[in-house]
Design a protein around this ligand. Structure first.
Ligand code: FES
Length: 215
């Protein structure tokens, strides 16, 4: 392991970094809320401009700046300078129609769809299913796996999440004095995004986040 420096030009920030941990993880450790989802170089959410320096990608290829790199699969090989670090601006949440078990349709109107390769969660009334965006065509979102939960033409929410979303929180639903756990062992940020998406339902239910005791 050697100690190098990462300079983020547009944030006027310079961090000591290691060559054995990818650049995304090191930015997150420095409390930089970098946009991310798949953590395997597919979705493009963490793409940044490598201005100077050399990185090694997860597949062993070496890249020198100037170039666009996915931070989640890049390890520094020298001091590096990057710009256009993509920061999380707002939770990504879409209300969609389930057309078939593996296809959702966005409502008409201008909106930026999720990205191919995004890891996502589909929020059904009584359960949450993890999935991945396999493709986007027009308003249609094609999922990698068929949903098991709901009939066609059902309205659901889709949120994009970090692949690394596990944690010590649970989200539960309370309706007419019935309590039901929807999603458990997730981190707080994921629970907050899912809660905000569920709270747009007009079903009269309340959605709560709870810390889970370890062990
Ligand atoms: S490309 Fe880095 S999180 Fe998807």
């Amino acid at each position: 392991m050697s100690t190098l420096r990462l300079s983020i030009i547009d944030a006027a920030l310079s961090l000591p970094i290691r060559d054995d941990i990818n650049l995304l993880e090191q930015c997150l450790s420095a409390n930089l809320a970098v946009a991310r989802s798949c953590r395997n170089g597919n979705c493009g959410r963490c793409d940044s401009t490598l201005l100077k320096g050399r990185v090694q990608l997860r597949n062993g290829l070496h890249v020198e700046g100037p170039a666009t790199i996915a931070l989640c699969i890049s390890h520094a090989q020298s001091d590096v300078q990057i710009s256009q670090l993509p920061l999380v601006k707002s939770p990504s949440h879409w209300r969609c129609q389930l057309q078939s078990p593996a296809q959702l349709r966005l409502p008409a109107g201008r909106q930026i769809p999720p990205r191919k390769g995004d890891i996502c969660a589909i929020l059904f009334e009584n359960a949450v299913e993890l999935n991945e965006v396999a493709d986007i065509s027009g308003r249609d979102i094609h999922l990698l796996s068929a949903c098991t939960n709901s009939p066609a033409n059902h309205s659901v929410s889709l949120i994009t999440i970090d692949r690394d979303h596990q944690g010590l929180y649970a989200l539960w639903r309370e309706h007419q004095h019935q309590r039901q756990t929807l999603w458990t062992h997730i981190n707080h940020a994921t629970a907050v995004i899912a809660q905000a998406a569920y709270q747009q339902n007009t079903d009269g239910a309340h959605y709560h986040i709870e810390h889970i005791q370890k062990g």
